[in-house]
Design a binder for this molecule. Structure first.
Ligand SMILES: Cc1cc2nc3c(=O)[nH]c(=O)nc-3n(C[C@H](O)[C@H](O)[C@H](O)COP(=O)(O)O)c2cc1C
Length: 200
C-alpha cells in the first residue's frame, strides 16, 4: 500500500453531502496535470468503498500520456463509427459529432484513471462502481473535476488494448474516469425525483 495517510476530511472541508450535490460530469479541462500524490489520495479514497465479501476486486491504471489517450480516443471513435448509423435524427447528429476528427472522447483531460475488476465473485463490477463514486466525490472535495467515459469501455476491453496497457486479459475495465481541473463550471443537471415503489 502507498504510504499516504488516509484523509478523513477534504482540503477545503467540503462535506460529503456537498460533494454529492456539487459533483458534475465535466467535459472541458485545463492542461494542469493532477499530481501523483493527489491521485494516490484519490485511489486511497476509492478503496474505502464497500466491497462484497471483502474481496477488494479493483486495480487501477493511470494514463497521463497524451499520445496514449489520443490513440484510445481514436480507436473508440473508429469502433463507434463502424456501428450501424442510428435511425433517430438527434442520435445521428450525435454520431457525427462523436466521430469528427477534432473530437476527443476524453475531452482533452490530462489524466484518465481506469478502474479494473479482477475476476472474483459476482459483485466485482459493483464494487468497482462504488470505488468509482468514492473517487469522484473525493476528487470533487479536492476541487478536481471528473467524468465517467463509458464510450471507451468496449475498446479498452479488447485483447489488443489490454495487452498494450498491461491489463491482465482476465480483468475487466469497468470505469474509465477522466480527471483534471475544470476549465469552466459544468451546469447542474436536474434529476427526476426518486420514485418510491413502496414503503412497507
Ligand atoms: C456509466 C456511465 C457512462 C458514462 N459515459 C459517458 C461518456 O462516454 N461520455 C460522456 O461525456 N459522459 C459520460 N457519462 C456522464 C453522464 O453523461 C453524466 O453523468 C450524466 O449526464 C449526468 O450528469 P452529471 O454527472 O453532471 O450529474 C457517463 C456516466 C456514467 C455513469
Amino acid at each position: 500500500m502507498h504510504n499516504i495517510p488516509i484523509k478523513t476530511t477534504s482540503s477545503d472541508n467540503m462535506s460529503v453531502i456537498e460533494a454529492i450535490y456539487q459533483r458534475r460530469a465535466v467535459r472541458n479541462f485545463t492542461n494542469d496535470k493532477t499530481s501523483r500524490e493527489l491521485i494516490l489520495q484519490l485511489l486511497d479514497a476509492a478503496v474505502q468503498a464497500p466491497t462484497a465479501m471483502h474481496e477488494e476486486p479493483w486495480e487501477f491504471l493511470i494514463i497521463q500520456d497524451p499520445s496514449v489517450l489520443q490513440r484510445i480516443s481514436e480507436a473508440s471513435k473508429k469502433a463507434f463509427s463502424e456501428l450501424p448509423p442510428p435511425p433517430i435524427p438527434s442520435a445521428s447528429k450525435m454520431h457525427q459529432h462523436f466521430t469528427s476528427p477534432d473530437f476527443s472522447i476524453f475531452y482533452n483531460a490530462p489524466s484518465l484513471i481506469l478502474i479494473c475488476a479482477k475476476p472474483v465473485g459476482e459483485f466485482a463490477t459493483a464494487d468497482c462502481w462504488l470505488a468509482a463514486e468514492n473517487l469522484m466525490l473525493a476528487a470533487c472535495g479536492h476541487g478536481l473535476a471528473t467524468c465517467v467515459i463509458g464510450f471507451a469501455v468496449p475498446t479498452l476491453n479488447t485483447i489488443e488494448w489490454k495487452k498494450e496497457l498491461g491489463i491482465p486479459a482476465e480483468f475487466q475495465v469497468v470505469a474509465p474516469i477522466i480527471l483534471g481541473l475544470a476549465a469552466e463550471k459544468a451546469a447542474p443537471v436536474a434529476r427526476k425525483e426518486a420514485i418510491i415503489l413502496g414503503w412497507l
